[in-house]
Design a protein around this ligand. Structure first.
Ligand SMILES: Cc1cc2nc3c(=O)[nH]c(=O)nc-3n(C[C@H](O)[C@H](O)[C@H](O)COP(=O)(O)O)c2cc1C
Length: 461
């Protein structure tokens, strides 16, 4: 069988993920593998439609497709996302329709599921038959057990193609709406009360709803507000994955374009950030993704600590739960306070007016109060993945994170809570005695709420 690998690492062949592909190739010599480093060559593919067509032609002739990629900020890298856009812009989806495919990634397992969801949704939108995904931790291939899992994955994929197996869709096609937003001239202005706000967007011709949403927002606000279009900032390219930033948060692109300047001198000086974008395929534009990926020069530290963050989105977010998950996780892990997400999924323009001005009002009130929000599993779990990685095998590369984590108490293990230690050392063994266990568990509910009683004036309950 002919298997086409569309490889999504900016590092091309010299990529960890590519080693997994090579291993599959080695274990299945009966199949022909043809790999294309589409993310690494994205600029060339943009410029040279013939080169792009050669790849599409190979896709047409393939029995199966492997989407192989590293995780980049909860999905794929901007270059790979741009490749998805090119498929759409150049009307090449038909080459993919009806083909069997799998996704294969390497990562540190931080929001790898959202990346695979993204790829699966894109593939299903093109009419592909999505068989399964394989999400490896970077060094899994060095373990025999994991190599055998990879081989089983390959066997399953090739068998599915040979036996023409059926697989259910996971994602419904997206229905777009014809709603046209015509904002009313805003009446009352919301004062920023000395706070600075920045609206970052990626408007292109035709993004009328988003443009009007931004207009309404800027007209509703009085004070220091700056509006910045990512398409007008001198950003030369996506993150290269070189990880030079790991040592001291200096980006390899620094001095070569204006990204770091935008980040440090505009975004970081704001109290309130509004991110505004139109949904493209299953995410924002690849231009937005460049922003997210390039922000990685701040590596695994809370990029937006203490800032208020609001989203203005044009497009069907309610049909894209995966992206909502990414947005929520992003703000929790990087410690921005998410004030809200407003989309144009509305019935009337008045409804959208109100949503935008209420969002603006909330961001100002919360910023003045310095409000923060508790984390859910997204932020708590995500940070534990980072913590373990920086404590362990990634410390060598990400020394800036290690310093930050030490200084800010992110390394919260082993747990130094002495009361818990005493409890576990002396009381836990007693639980093995049936009589003691009976006493403890008869009244465990009261034991659990006892520490809270000091907070209440009424001590009776
Ligand atoms: C900009 C950037 C963003 C990343 N984001 C994530 C992420 O969100 N989740 C994760 O688990 N790993 C993330 N990683 C780690 C890479 O996915 C991982 O190192 C991968 O194995 C690299 O594969 P490659 O050598 O094939 O490019 C990120 C790495 C970079 C450089």
């Amino acid at each position: 069988m002919k298997i086409v690998v569309l490889h999504g690492s900016p590092k091309g062949e010299v990529s960890v993920t590519m080693q997994y592909v090579r291993y599959l190739q080695q274990e299945f010599p009966q199949h022909e593998f043809v790999s294309f480093p589409v993310a690494q060559r994205i600029k060339l593919l943009e410029k040279d439609p013939d080169l792009f067509e050669e790849i599409i032609d190979q896709v047409r002739r393939a029995d199966g497709i492997i989407w192989s990629f590293p995780l980049y900020v909860m999905t794929v890298c901007s270059q790979y996302q741009r490749f998805m856009e090119l498929i759409h812009e150049r009307y090449s989806e038909d080459a993919f329709a009806g083909k069997y495919c799998v996704s294969l990634s390497t990562s540190i397992h931080f929001y790898d599921h959202t990346a695979h969801n993204y790829i699966r949704a894109i593939a299903e939108d093109m009419g592909m038959i999505f068989v399964s995904c394989f999400s490896a931790e970077m060094q899994d291939l060095l373990k025999e057990e994991k190599r055998s899992e990879l081989v089983s994955f390959g066997e399953m994929f090739f068998r599915a193609i040979e036996e023409k197996r059926s697989f259910p869709r996971a994602f419904d096609p997206v229905r777009s709406s014809a709603f046209i937003y015509e904002p009313t001239p805003s009446q009352e202005k919301i004062s920023l009360r000395g706070k600075k706000a920045v609206i970052l967007h990626d408007i292109k011709e035709g993004d009328n709803n988003l443009e009007n949403m931004i207009h309404y927002l800027t007209n509703s606000i009085e004070g220091d507000i700056e509006v910045c279009n990512l398409n007008e900032v001198d950003i030369r390219g996506g993150c290269l994955g070189c990880c030079k930033c790991g040592y001291d948060n200096t980006c390899a692109w620094e001095g070569k374009d204006s990204f770091v300047d935008l980040y440090n001198n505009i975004l970081m000086k704001a109290d309130i950030l509004f991110f505004a974008g139109t949904l493209r395929q299953r995410y924002f534009s690849s231009r937005w993704k460049i922003f997210y990926d390039r922000s990685f020069f701040k590596t695994h530290q809370p990029w937006f600590k203490g800032q208020q963050l609001g989203y203005l989105i044009s497009g069907p977010l309610r049909q894209n739960e995966n992206l909502r998950e990414i947005i929520l996780a992003y703000s929790e892990v990087f410690e921005a306070k998410l004030a809200g997400i407003v989309t144009d999924e509305c019935n009337t323009s008045e409804e959208l007016d109100l949503l935008i001005s209420d969002l603006a009002d909330r961001t100002v009130t919360d910023s003045v109060k310095g409000s923060r929000a508790p984390k859910t599993f997204r932020g708590v779990g995500g940070m534990k993945v980072f913590r373990d990685a920086m404590w362990g095998k990634l410390r060598f590369v990400f020394q800036a994170d290690h310093r930050y984590y030490k200084k800010h108490g992110v390394y919260d293990f082993p747990q130094y809570d002495w009361k818990v230690r005493v409890l576990n050392t002396f009381v836990t063994p007693l639980v093995h005695i049936p009589a003691v266990r009976k006493i403890i568990f008869t009244d465990i509910s009261h034991h659990m709420i006892r520490p809270y009683q000091k907070l209440f004036k009424d001590k009776k309950k």
